[in-house]
Design a protein around this ligand. Structure first.
Ligand SMILES: [Fe+2]
Ligand SMILES: [Fe+2]
Length: 263
């Protein structure tokens, strides 16, 4: 498997591991690599890819797009949402070829909004492409898509987002950075324990998710009028608690698996 050199792997993971305050617990890794759990891990991963696109879309609609563009943007996600939540449409016809930042009117946008637009449009296209790639793998494995409930992870982070601007935006961006960074760390951890094809896919995801983490953090730094270290530390602790505490459900971002009811 020569899709990534050990130098590149460590240059991607060093900032990720410095940002995250804990490693994925061994108990999660043991559970997640089990053959019988592959379907749930892939299905949850699939839905996480859509959620990543939806979160970035929310930022564009809330902070950058005018009303007409906002409507166009909703149309970008509709076939993916129809498939995921309403079990409608043919997944093989999903594609991101027509998605372009040219739909935005950039006249009068400040440099922050322009930067956010560029980063988030690219991120949305990549997440939706990942969504398709996960479906391809599920199809090859004979896993028909069935919805699963979300893990507590993203909501556990987002409930700490402040309710007033610009702090709300800063916090959402920091949460985005944590979700991307943890995904990256888990792809690297799982890759050696899954099939060669899936391992290669996970490694290919490392590069884009590592950049997404940096993009979110960079945007948070730009938009905040004060140093964001304190907020980063706050979310680091929340994230660490979610990862290291007991969790009854196995999901891509779940905590320490505890499935047996106490006698
Ligand atoms: Fe992704
Ligand atoms: Fe991502």
């Amino acid at each position: 498997m020569t899709v990534i050199s050990s130098d590149e792997m460590s240059s991607l993971l060093t900032p990720i591991n410095a940002f995250l305050q804990c490693e994925t617990p061994h108990a999660w890794l043991e559970e997640a690599q089990k053959e019988e759990n592959l379907r749930i891990i892939l299905t949850d991963h699939l839905i996480c890819e859509l959620k990543a696109a939806q979160s970035a879309m929310y930022l564009l609609r809330r902070y950058v797009a005018d009303d007409a563009t906002s409507k166009t943007l909703l149309g970008w996600l509709k076939p993916y949402e129809d498939f995921t939540y309403r079990h409608e449409g043919d997944w093989q016809s999903l594609n991101t070829k027509h998605l372009s930042k040219n739909v935005f009117n950039t006249e009068g946008l400040d440099p922050f909004k322009k930067d956010m637009l560029n980063k988030m449009v690219l991120l949305i296209k990549e997440e939706l492409h990942h969504f398709y790639q996960v479906l391809e793998i599920m199809h090859e494995l004979g896993f028909e898509y069935k919805s699963v409930t979300s893990s507590r992870y993203a909501n556990g982070l987002l409930r700490h987002v402040r309710t007033y601007e610009p702090e709300k935006l800063v916090d959402k961006l920091i949460c985005g950075a944590y979700i991307e960074a943890r995904s990256c760390e888990r792809f690297a951890k799982l890759a050696p324990y899954v099939s060669e094809a899936l391992g290669k896919f996970y490694v290919s995801l490392l590069r884009s998710e590592a950049r997404h983490f940096e993009d979110y953090l960079n945007l948070a730094t730009q938009i905040s009028s004060v140093d964001i270290t304190e907020r980063v530390t706050h979310f680091a602790n929340v994230e660490k608690t979610l990862i290291l505490s007991d969790d009854k459900e196995l999901r891509f971002h779940s905590g320490v698996p505890v499935f047996q009811e106490a006698p």
